[in-house]
Design a protein around this ligand. Structure first.
Ligand SMILES: NC(=O)c1ccc[n+]([C@@H]2O[C@H](COP(=O)([O-])OP(=O)(O)OC[C@H]3O[C@@H](n4cnc5c(N)ncnc54)[C@H](OP(=O)(O)O)[C@@H]3O)[C@@H](O)[C@H]2O)c1
Length: 270
């Protein structure tokens, strides 16, 4: 088989929309969308010019690739429900946090097709820069998925279950936690009536430097310098935000384990 030509997408959320549209734009044929909710499912099917159903038993029996784009905790349940009707197809999920092995009891051919990027409805993905982390039980299916990844993107890597779970933890730090730090910075600025835009050049420089060299080597700031007076003043300034204070303390300690921090304040009993 050169490329899959009867693709079924299960789910109609962000990944289903983005991958579905990209597959179609690159000439790969999504013949069916299956989703439990009619609204988003029918909308996606119309965009992809494909059929739609909310019954798992309606899955096209000659589907050659079933792409499960459902919430992590629904992957196994949906896989089990589809299993009696999709035994010939390659069935993959798109999750970085879920073992590929969860699909093995249900299908002869299974794997993972995980795009390592944060997708949201509002932003168009830059496909050429998205690494696809791929795994499958047979070499032939790995080759097939690599080929699809190269068609719709540019970067394809074989990553097994153990590697992917570690990769996902790293991705949470690099994306979710880094973004949360930006969100805290935004709130702190807002509380003092300062425009968040003031920090934009600094944020851009942070990323540019982290991409240029090891972020550990690029680290600056009071914790790195061991500047305990500044750290104490910062912690006092965060008195109204105990959760941010704890984050500040934990981050400082992680940046420089030798840094001396003021003793943590005890929580008042109510
Ligand atoms: N978004 C990202 O940035 C991203 C990046 C890489 C990988 N992924 C992976 O892609 C997968 C989908 O994520 P997403 O961001 O597209 O999620 P999403 O936008 O929240 O969409 C989730 C989809 O799963 C369906 N679903 C949830 N529970 C279900 C169940 N019990 N039975 C059947 N369908 C169910 C939802 O249907 P309803 O509308 O009916 O609830 C919806 O269509 C996840 O495995 C995620 O880890 C996401």
């Amino acid at each position: 088989m050169l490329t899959p030509n009867k693709i079924v997408i299960v789910g109609a959320g962000r990944i289903a929309h983005h991958l579905g549209k990209r597959l179609r734009a690159k000439g790969l044929c999504v013949t069916q969308v299956l989703s439990r909710s009619a609204g988003p499912g029918q909308e996606l099917a119309a965009e992809l010019r494909s059929e739609w159903s909310d019954r798992w038993s309606d899955i096209h029996p000659d589907a050659d690739w079933v792409l499960l784009a459902v919430r992590d905790d629904a992957i196994e349940e949906v896989g089990a429900a589809l299993a009696p009707y999709a035994q010939a197809a390659l069935v993959t999920h798109t999750s970085g946090a879920t073992q590929g092995a969860v699909l093995e009891p249900y299908f002869k051919r299974s794997g993972v097709f995980y795009p390592l990027q944060s997708f949201s409805t509002e932003r168009m993905p830059v496909w050429s820069k998205i690494p696809f982390c791929i795994d499958a039980r047979s070499e032939a299916d790995v080759v097939l998925l690599m080929k699809v990844a190269k068609i719709i993107g540019n970067l394809a890597y074989r990553v097994n279950d153990d590697q992917r779970s570690v990769l996902h933890v790293a991705a949470v730090f690099a994306n979710n936690f880094a973004n949360h730090c930006f969100a805290i910075a935004e709130k702190i600025m807002e509380e003092k009536g300062l425009p968040f835009e003031l920090l934009h050049p600094l944020m851009e420089e942070t990323l540019a430097k982290a991409l240029q060299d090891s972020p550990a080597r690029m680290q600056t700031g009071p914790a790195m310098r061991g500047d305990t007076d500044t750290i104490r003043r910062h912690l006092e300034g965060l008195e109204q935000h105990p959760a941010w204070r704890e984050l500040y303390r934990g981050m400082s300690q992680s940046i420089n384990p030798a840094v001396r921090l003021p003793a943590a304040k005890r929580q008042k009993k109510s």
